[in-house]
Design a protein around this ligand. Structure first.
Ligand SMILES: Nc1ncnc2c1ncn2[C@@H]1O[C@H](COP(=O)(O)OP(=O)(O)OP(=O)(O)O)[C@@H](O)[C@H]1O
Length: 254
């Protein structure tokens, strides 16, 4: 069984999965001001897997949070599937995060009192949307979670918890998934299987994914790498390999 049985909803607009124009985020004021994002212009095409890399403090997490509607930028625009998310009020942003964006955190962020199955379907429960059982079954099978569905997060390994988080991100068939160092707390085997699954979801159902990583081998699963430094985009690489990523990181001084 492949993921293809749960193909994404068609969106009639030809807009990219997400894009940002002159995105700025400043923390603090005056002498203490930190320009975490200093004018980012970036486009994430539909059905592509993009890795975001850059030195510590270059603004990667801030970019993910602003683009996913988890944080508001100081200025500039973010579009998700053609929708200018700066025009949404708090209610609208909540709906956007629930229905159109998936987020995978380094620290899993599962609800400890809910089972794996309940965590996966949480976005649907919150939205009052019916569960597509075939899609749920396909995700569970592909992620190897079939015999773990009644376990709580504390009864799961890190790799299993992150696979639950991925299923939760995919269950709504979002326009785009943002993943902030999703393999940061996983060993190399668990990392490889998670990255292979993310890549499979891009290939088979046209999922759009943006993933922050520090690992050139992780970035090599992506179709494209975007490099950040000091809050701006300083380079890009298409069809990356671990070696080409490493070489570019060295050139950029990361
Ligand atoms: N809430 C905050 N208040 C003040 N400064 C912040 C806040 N969040 C982030 N920053 C600063 O903004 C800059 C960018 O941070 P960000 O977390 O986006 O970087 P990053 O590239 O994700 O780093 P890392 O790879 O270490 O996770 C850093 O200088 C950071 O200290």
């Amino acid at each position: 069984m492949t993921l293809a049985s749960g193909a994404l909803n068609d969106d009639v607009t030809a807009a990219p999965a997400a894009h940002a124009t002159d995105l700025r985020k400043t923390y603090g004021t005056g002498q203490a001001a930190v320009h975490a994002l200093a004018g980012v212009n970036v486009t994430f095409e539909r059905g592509r897997f993009t890795a975001v890399m850059g030195p510590s403090g270059s603004g990667k997490s801030t970019l993910m949070h602003c683009m996913a509607g988890l944080d508001r930028p100081t200025s500039g625009q973010v579009f998700v599937g053609g929708q200018d998310i700066g025009k949404l009020d708090d209610n609208g942003l909540t709906k956007l995060r629930r229905d159109r964006v998936g987020f995978v955190f380094q620290s899993f962020n599962l609800v400890p009192t809910l089972t794996a199955a309940e965590n996966i379907t949480l976005p649907l429960s919150l939205a009052g949307t019916r569960l597509d059982k075939a899609w749920f079954g396909s995700l569970v099978e592909q992620l190897g979670l079939g015999d773990r569905l009644n376990h709580r997060p504390s009864q799961l390994s890190g790799g299993q918890q992150q696979r639950v988080a991925c299923a939760r991100a995919l269950i709504t068939r979002p326009d785009i998934i943002f993943a902030d160092e999703p393999t940061g707390n996983l060993d190399s085997n668990a990392s490889a299987s998670l990255l292979a699954f993310l890549k499979q979801s891009v290939r088979e159902i046209g999922q759009s994914i943006v993933m922050v990583t520090h690992d050139p081998r992780g970035a090599a699963y992506a179709d494209r790498v975007v490099f950040l430094a000091d809050g701006t985009v300083v380079g890009e690489l298409d069809k990356p390999t671990a070696d080409s990523v490493l070489e570019r990181v060295r050139t950029l001084g990361g």
